[in-house]
Design a protein around this ligand. Structure first.
Ligand code: SF4
Length: 451
């Protein structure tokens, strides 16, 4: 409890801090980066290299209240099919700008709800991708699966197209909590889809659950966690629910007076965490768990764990291209985000222009800070000599910065002249420590609680 009091004094329970899936974070992107820069950066991709591709499907049959994703509710297929054509056109434009012999190391379909596509549409889009960007050896093809919006034909289509990893969003299995967040999804349905995925050769199954939801308590999250463990997932993401109704209007439907306090959120997170660890999973970074031998576990133990827009990853490609409305691309030169509104994204691609709307060209200082922040978020420590070996230019006195941060988090951080590290009791502070290296002063209200 002394530890909790001290963390409280450091502001853990009040702090609103970015999740640092990129640096700078997306709110810092500006309109200074447009299609011209994106095309030039695509043309500069190393010939013969492997890249990663993310396809964004911004449509859902249902709009869950807790969800802050940019997505559009649709009941008919026509808008989805029209979007699909645009996505293929964008793919062709990107492929034309890339060197000819680039291959795909990772392909991820997310959303929204990728499983909203019909079996024919899935096959058609996957065929289009593989025609211009063939899979590299040991490529991974992952898809976000909504158990409420999938059937055997669509699962067969994904498996036939080479899907070998899948992710199922769960949030919580308690019907009362599901009703309060506007997302009903029974354990039985989820379990059935997990079995069907495995029967189709999916070798890695990821699942997401949330803590910090209305009506959750230690007993309910323990029950959800035990049910989740019975599905035998290879990876689990345990995210804190971010209540940001000023950014995600659907969240105004969530009963705010039933949300747990920051202190209660900590109890919820620790209850689930203890159960995952007791079941033999390894903790990965701030909010993931993986079975021993899973790719994330191997990457974490070999110092190759990375962070990207999907959270933690063992993907080491330095180029990730995002296709679709609002999708973000990350290239060695910086970040580019497509127009967020589906209509303007579609209009630009139909005009034969890239839909780039915002972005950021990374300076040497950004690249350095991005690596420092990524290391802290992945391993809770960062080594001066490791960062210096990886980067050509070190434009700031990093040693002085490490010393400053160590002083600020005195009882929770050590600095031995090379390595700044958080103590085992202080890993909850990782986002706050990472923020110490973020020179783009963030508007605190715009982000979620540090716990
Ligand atoms: S949780 Fe999934 S299905 Fe629900 S609104 Fe968000 S993206 Fe759509």
């Amino acid at each position: 409890m002394d530890n909790i009091k001290q963390l409280n004094q450091l502001g853990l329970f009040d702090a609103k801090v970015p999740r640092y899936t990129s640096y700078p974070t997306a709110p810092q992107f500006t309109t200074g980066i447009q299609a011209k820069e994106f095309e030039a950066w695509l043309r500069a991709v190393t010939p013969g290299s492997a890249i990663s591709l993310y396809l964004h499907i911004p449509f859902c049959r249902r709009l869950c209240w807790f969800c802050a994703c940019r997505t559009q509710g649709v009941s008919k297929d026509a808008p989805v099919l029209s979007y699909l054509k645009t996505l293929k056109d964008e793919l062709a434009m990107v492929a034309a700008a890339l060197p000819k012999d680039v291959t795909l190391s990772r392909l991820h379909w997310g959303g929204g709800t990728p499983t909203i596509l019909s079996a024919e549409a899935i096959i058609s889009l996957a065929t289009a991708v593989r025609a211009v960007l063939p899979f590299a050896p040991a490529a991974e093809f992952s898809v976000e699966i909504d158990p409420s919006e999938v059937d055997d034909a669509r699962l067969d289509a994904f498996a036939g197209a080479g899907m070998n990893r899948a992710s199922i969003g769960i949030q919580d299995f308690d019907p009362k909590i599901q009703a309060a967040i506007g997302r009903e999804q029974s354990y039985e349905l989820t379990s059935d889809v997990a079995d069907k995925l495995r029967a189709r050769g999916i070798h890695s199954l990821n699942t997401d659950i949330l803590y910090g939801l209305p009506f959750q308590d230690a007993g309910s999250i323990a029950d959800t966690t035990r049910k989740l463990l019975s599905l035998n997932p290879d990876r689990v993401a345990l995210y804190g629910y971010a209540h940001v109704p000023w950014m995600a209007r659907r969240q105004t439907m969530i009963p705010e007076d039933k949300l747990p306090t920051a202190m209660e959120r900590l109890v919820l997170a620790n209850t689930a965490r203890d159960l995952f660890l007791a079941a033999g999973y390894r903790a990965i970074g701030i909010d993931h768990f993986a079975k021993v031998g899973d790719g994330l576990d191997v990457a974490a133990r070999s110092g190759k764990l990375r962070r990207n827009f999907q959270g933690y990853t063992d993907d080491t490609c330095d180029t990730l291209i995002g296709l679709g409305a609002s999708a973000i691309s990350k290239l060695p030169q910086g970040y580019v985000q497509n127009a967020s509104a589906t209509a303007s994204y579609v209009a630009q691609i139909r005009d034969d222009k890239f839909a780039s709307a915002r972005g950021h060209a990374s300076t040497d200082d950004d690249k350095l800070r991005a690596r420092v922040i990524e290391e802290i978020m992945c391993t809770f420590q960062v080594s001066l000599s490791k960062v210096e070996a990886e980067l050509d230019v070190i434009p700031v006195d990093l040693r002085a910065e490490f010393a400053r941060v160590q002083q600020k988090f005195a009882h929770y951080a050590n600095f031995d002249g090379d390595r700044l590290s958080l103590t085992s009791k202080a890993q909850l502070l990782a986002r706050m420590v990472a923020r110490e290296f973020d020179v783009y002063a963030m508007n605190e209200q715009g982000h979620s609680l540090a716990i």
